[in-house]
Every structure is written in C-alpha cells, then in structure tokens.
Design a protein around this ligand. Structure first.
Ligand code: ARG
Length: 304
C-alpha cells in the first residue's frame, strides 16, 4: 500500500510537471514542455517497463499516461504505414545488391512478404552491418541481415522467432593445412566487422583479426594471400567458395567446434505488438509453404 501511494505520488508529480516521467521526477526545472513531448516520454517509459526488472516508479506513470493510446494495438513502428528495414547487402544469398542497384536476397524477399501480410510498405535501407542494432528504433524500425541472436544484442533489441539455423564456416586457400581449432591460433583471420565470426576470431589465441566492412573484401584478401582464412556464416561461405572455386574451400565450422547460430529479425526493445505481428506472419508463411518456396528460390542452389 505504501508502495502504491508512493507510486501514485510519482505519477501525480509526473503528470503535473508534464516532464521527466520515469527519469528524474525530482528535476522540477522544466515545466514548459509540450504535451507531445510528455507523451513521447510516457511512450519511452512504456518501452522500458516491458522489462520485468524495470523500476517501479517508471511502471506507474506508464499506466496513467499511456491510456489514450492503449486500445489501438498498432506498433508505433508501423503507425506511418511503412516498415523501415535495415540490412547489410553484403551477405549472399540472404542479401546482396542486384544489378539494378536494389538490395535483394532471401531476407529481403522474406521481409517484403511479411510487410505485405501486415499491410505496410517495406522500405529497405542498406547500411553497415555494425550499425544496424544501434539504428533500430531510430533510423530503421527493424533489421533483417542474417543476424544471429546473441545475448549481447538482446540487451539492445528484441528478436522475432528464429527463421534459420546457421554456423560459422572457415574459408581456406585450397592448399591450407588448417584443419582444426588449434590450427587457427596465431593466424591472420579475416572477418566482417561486428559479426559473430568477428567475435569468434577475437577469442582465438594470438590471432591477428582483420575486420572488413564487406565480407567480399576479406575473401579477396584471402585469395591474394594476405590472410590465412576467413570466418563467415555457412551460406555466404558457400557462395564465396563457388565464386572462387579454384582458389578456396569452405569448411564446416563444426570441425572447429563452432556452435550453431539462429537468425532472427531484430526489432525495437519492448515492441511486443510488432514481435507478435512478425511472428504470426512468419508462421503463416511457414504453414502455407511460402517460406520453403523462398528457401528454394534463394538459398538452395545459391552456391552452385
Ligand atoms: N550471422 C552473423 C551475425 O549475426 C553475420 C551476419 C552478417 N550479415 C550481413 N548482412 N552482413 O553476426
């Protein structure tokens, strides 16, 4: 009861000041913020409180202030009728730039199909892989980029259900003697910056890790003899292997004790409405065979 009273007081204070809800109710200086700003504050408070461990003072104002919008179960991300999608089109067959300059690939086809089911326009923004997570909820609504679900990323974003299982592969020059985890120690390893391949490489004792913005540049340096290997996800590895068939081989990372990874769509933290919408669109596509058709069209045979 005491707690409730305290929370009520906080709520009343917040409403009175139309400011600083959930952050610093003691800051009494700014009393002139507009109602719009106060609403935005309330909305971000709402996002924060989706976390079970969120502070109690933040939880109460949410219920008070977010009331008017509560009924419409529309994700804020979709309110403008556009789903802004970030990707990094350097990752065939999941995403690459078509001859016409437009991003295409499995992920792009998948998110467009999801957008169609949600009744929104899909706009794809091609950006650096390493800036995708930080851009979610700002420049972009969601990211689809063959992105592996990791605990670190989960601190910043939420993920849809997983739609693909992968593993890191090791691309080697044809004459390489690297064959097991220990052989990678002290080697010059190329990776795409900020990827799980990068994180794995950085853990390898004595490895000299070269980070590239584009995986293809890493593979080119491998072919040119500047690297001992490239660590990258299975399907792109197979695509690059077929592209440089005379020079390189792609080896399953299981041979190096790398673990399986799950790809999912990254969404703004706390946007459970959007998560549910994306998950049910995904499930519909799995159930009606559209998903498998996309796998067949884009992934199977991509490395032939
Ligand atoms: N699965 C890896 C990761 O999440 C690599 C993804 C790279 N994707 C891309 N579109 N470049 O870190």
């Amino acid at each position: 009861m005491k707690k409730f009273l305290a929370a009520m007081m906080t709520a009343v204070l917040c409403m009175g000041l139309l400011t600083a809800c959930g952050s610093a109710a003691e800051e009494t200086a700014e009393t002139t913020e507009s109602v719009t700003e106060a609403t935005n504050e309330a909305e971000s408070a709402e996002e924060e409180t989706a976390e079970p461990e969120a502070a109690e003072e933040a939880a109460q104002p949410e219920e008070e202030a977010a009331q008017p919008e509560a009924e419409a179960a529309v994700s804020e991300a979709l309110a403008d009728g556009v789903l802004n999608v970030g990707t990094n089109a350097e990752f065939p067959p999941f995403e690459y730039v078509e001859d016409n300059g437009e991003p295409d690939g499995f992920d792009i086809a998948l998110i467009k199909a999801i957008g169609e089911k949600l009744g929104v326009e899909v706009q794809v923004e091609n950006m650096e892989f390493n800036s995708l997570v930080a851009s979610i909820g700002g420049k972009i609504d969601v990211a689809i980029a063959g992105m592996t679900v990791t605990d670190e990323r989960k601190e910043m974003v939420d993920f849809s259900n997983s739609y693909y299982t992968a593993v890191q592969y090791v691309i080697l020059p044809k004459d390489s003697e690297i064959a097991a985890a220990a052989d990678l120690e002290g080697k010059a390893i190329g990776v795409q910056l900020g990827t799980t391949g990068d994180f794995i490489a950085e853990e390898i004792a004595g490895a000299e890790v070269a980070q590239y913005n584009k995986a293809l540049d890493a593979v080119n340096d491998l072919v040119n003899g500047r690297l001992d290997c490239v660590i990258i996800d299975k399907n792109p590895a197979l695509v690059f292997e077929s592209k440089f068939a005379d020079q390189v081989t792609a080896v399953d990372g299981a041979q190096f004790n790398f673990e399986a990874e799950e790809y999912a769509i990254a969404i703004p933290k706390g946007d459970t409405v959007l998560a549910e919408q994306i998950n049910s669109a995904l499930q519909e596509m799995i159930d009606d065979g559209t998903f498998d058709a996309l796998v067949e069209e884009y992934i199977e045979g991509s490395n032939e």
